[in-house]
Design a protein around this ligand. Structure first.
Ligand code: PRX
Length: 657
């Protein structure tokens, strides 16, 4: 096209057909959907058997105790063997697994044979540090090859990892280490970000100190990346270059049960306490590997690049596990897209001949702002498929991405999924789907999703409602770490009668039945494709001695999708808070959670709008934050509050840097 005169068509009518040559050789075709619909479990069994099993499974799915699923019952395998060793055994040891690009410009290629040695050495070193099957290991790292190696080494030992995003504060790290009882933390002195070394190890020291005698951490394994000064605690801290580099590259992986825990990934929910999402081995690996292969139409000579950080689920499923299980060659880039210049990504695409590129809408909008002359300086003709994840992509950014980065010929896969789903759930497929900008289109083969109304009844085409998953899927979360009740309550209670998983997203079906995501329907914000909880930031704000009360809302933002806007009431003793109270509070939130949670704007107000039962009416605050006329305020306990708030804002201390 396939572009049918965009300007004359409404959004829902724009379509981009798959390029004929891609469709002709696509990994997945219409027949795949038919086959999966015919026998969903047989379909997933077939995909799972693409993996190497020590013991084959006897039953595809045990759903006798919902919502606790067991997939590939009786089977045994080793995840790291599947991601690494088997490719070497199949004769692909010389194939590049990772093209690493450091922010300062250093590069390093790891072949699958290198990766096997590194993962084995790291596994042996972890054993020497006392890590046994079932022990938890926290990983707090920059985007360097050792991070992937560390994750795979944990997988090899059956020691579930919890990767904590390097941008999180020591408090966030500490609570996660505590919640999952991590015995070892793997970290680095620091990583390079925006042209400077940015330290990590001090936050680890602080996190452990905060836990005091209750700290479960026996050892800290430290990679030297930046050469920054590191305080070494004797007997606890060891250097990677001492214990891993000198370890044996021989390690025989053990086979673990298909349901053996693989990792815990913390994500924000509607309360202040992050949820430890538990993923297990075989189902997770089967679906992340198969969706990688299918959604990106992966061919053995592709060069794939996902720009996500491994600290998020996207980095788990589509850097560490899916692509390696598929034997792919991928790029791993350490830094930010604008360092040392705004063309950095496109320079890398050009230099390494990237063919498959996966990023977030917020990054695309940022590149749009920088201007199309920047990517135009590089040869991007190697690209054949572009992907997005994290939020709906607005049609304008979609068209820019397709035209400016993809020269108008690359299909775009808009992949909807979640930390909880583990892998792609709703997405166009590049060789099959006529994609519409802004729509995630249709459930992946073997996945059952629907849009339902309040009572759980599917809505008709052209109508909106709640997005649900109506059948279990292999890479589904198995529970919330240590909290089965919260797992049931959060995801399964809303549509208990029907047995549906409630995703927390609103959605609509268009006239063709294609799915459009409409954003969260709960108190979860989506800032630059990252989930943040309003409650978590409110708790951080009220933990400051000057703050009496706080309410946080996500307001529309041109670049980041949503932005954090906070309304605070100061304690009387704090007076007007002083000149820099807003800056002080923003810094406080960054310290409590991490810089990504820093409110874009903090408004000091005399009151907050509450219902008679005391619930804060965020809807009204969102109106204020988005500079709209305030909506219906009749359910407020005190209807004059909104006048007070809006009147006071003229001279309120705002800070929007
Ligand atoms: O609201 C949806 C949005 O991101 C949420 C999941 O966030 P998280 O668990 O952090 O995982 C992000 C990466 C998978 C969802 O509930 N979301 C994710 N992808 C899309 C999306 N919303 C619309 N379209 C998408 N493609």
């Amino acid at each position: 096209m396939s572009e049918q005169g965009i300007s004359n068509l409404s959004t829902e009518e724009r379509r981009f057909d798959p390029p004929a040559d891609l469709a002709a050789h696509a990994n997945v075709t219409d027949a795949t959907y038919v086959q999966a619909a015919d026998d969903r479990l047989a379909f997933w069994a077939e995909q799972a058997r693409r993996l190497d099993w020590g013991t084959d499974f006897e039953q595809v799915l045990d759903w006798s105790n919902p919502p606790f699923a067991r997939w590939f019952v009786g089977g045994r395998l080793n995840v790291a063997h599947n991601c690494v060793d088997r490719h070497v055994e199949a004769g692909h040891g010389d194939k590049v697994a990772i093209h690493f690009v450091g922010e300062p410009g250093d590069t390093r290629d790891l072949t699958y044979a290198d990766l096997k040695d590194e993962v084995s050495k790291a596994a042996n070193a972890l054993i020497d540090l006392g890590v046994q099957t079932g022990d938890r290991v926290a990983i707090y790292m920059p985007m360097i090859p050792e991070t992937v190696v560390a994750m795979l080494a944990c997988a090899r030992l059956g020691a579930p990892h919890t990767v904590v995003f390097g941008g999180f504060s020591s408090d966030a790290l500490s609570s996660r280490v505590d919640d999952c009882g991590a015995k070892v933390i793997i970290t680095a002195d620091g990583g390079y970000r925006r042209g400077k070394p940015s330290s990590l190890k001090p936050a680890v020291d602080e996190a452990i100190a905060k836990l005091g005698d209750a700290s479960p951490v026996d050892h800290v394994l430290v990679v030297r990346r930046t050469g920054q000064d590191v305080q070494v605690t004797q007997g606890r801290d060891v250097w990677w270059h001492d214990v891993v580099d000198n370890a044996s590259p021989e390690h025989t992986p053990e086979q673990f049960d298909a349901e053996h825990p693989l990792f815990v990934m913390y994500t924000s929910g509607t309360t202040g306490k992050p949820k430890g999402i538990l993923h297990t081995s075989a189902g997770y690996l089967a679906q992340s590997a198969y969706t990688f292969w299918a959604t990106f139409d992966h061919k053995s000579d592709d060069v794939y690049w996902c720009t996500a950080d491994v600290g998020w689920i996207t980095g788990h499923s589509y850097i560490t596990y899916g692509p390696t299980a598929a034997g792919a060659t991928q790029v791993l880039y350490e830094g930010t897209p604008d360092t040392p210049h705004k063309g950095r990504w496109w320079e890398i695409v050009d230099a390494l001949g990237v063919t498959l590129f996966y990023t977030a809408p917020t990054a695309i909008r940022t590149c749009m702002k920088w201007g199309e002359q920047i990517p135009a300086e590089h040869d991007l003709s190697s690209l054949r498929i572009l992907g997005t994840v994290g939020e709906s992509i607005n049609p304008e950014a979609y068209i820019w991405y397709r035209d400016t980065i993809g020269a108008g010929r690359t299909p775009i896969v808009d992949t909807w999924w979640q930390t909880e789903t583990g892998a792609h759930m709703i997405t166009p497929l590049p060789g099959v789907t006529s994609a519409k900008p802004g729509s995630a289109m249709t459930p992946f083969p073997g996945i059952a999703a629907d849009v339902v109304d309040d009572s759980g009844t599917p809505v008709g085409d052209g109508e909106g409602g709640y997005l649900v998953l109506t059948e279990p899927w292999p890479s589904m979360l198995r529970t919330i770490w240590g909290d089965d009740e919260r797992f049931k309550e959060t995801y399964w209670k809303r549509f208990e009668e029907q047995g549906y998983y409630f995703a927390g997203d609103g959605a609509k079906k268009d006239e063709d039945g294609d799915i459009w995501l409409l954003g969260r329907v709960d108190d979860v914000m989506n800032v630059s494709g990252h989930r943040l909880s309003t409650t978590e930031i409110e708790s951080a704000l009220v933990s400051h001695p000057k703050v009496a009360e706080a309410a946080v809302v996500g307001a529309d933002d041109e670049t980041t999708g949503q932005a954090v806007c906070a309304f605070v009431i100061l304690r009387e003793a704090a007076g007007d808070g002083g000149e820099d109270v807003v800056a002080e509070l923003r810094q406080h939130v960054a310290g409590q959670i991490g810089p990504i949670a820093k409110p874009r704007q903090i408004m000091v107000v005399p009151e907050l709008p509450k219902t008679r039962s005391g619930k804060i009416m965020r809807r009204l605050l969102r109106d204020v934050a988005e500079h709209r006329e305030v909506g219906d305020a009749t359910t407020l306990a005190d209807s004059s509050v909104m006048d007070l708030i809006t009147a006071g804002l003229g001279d309120a201390k705002n800070d929007e840097d």
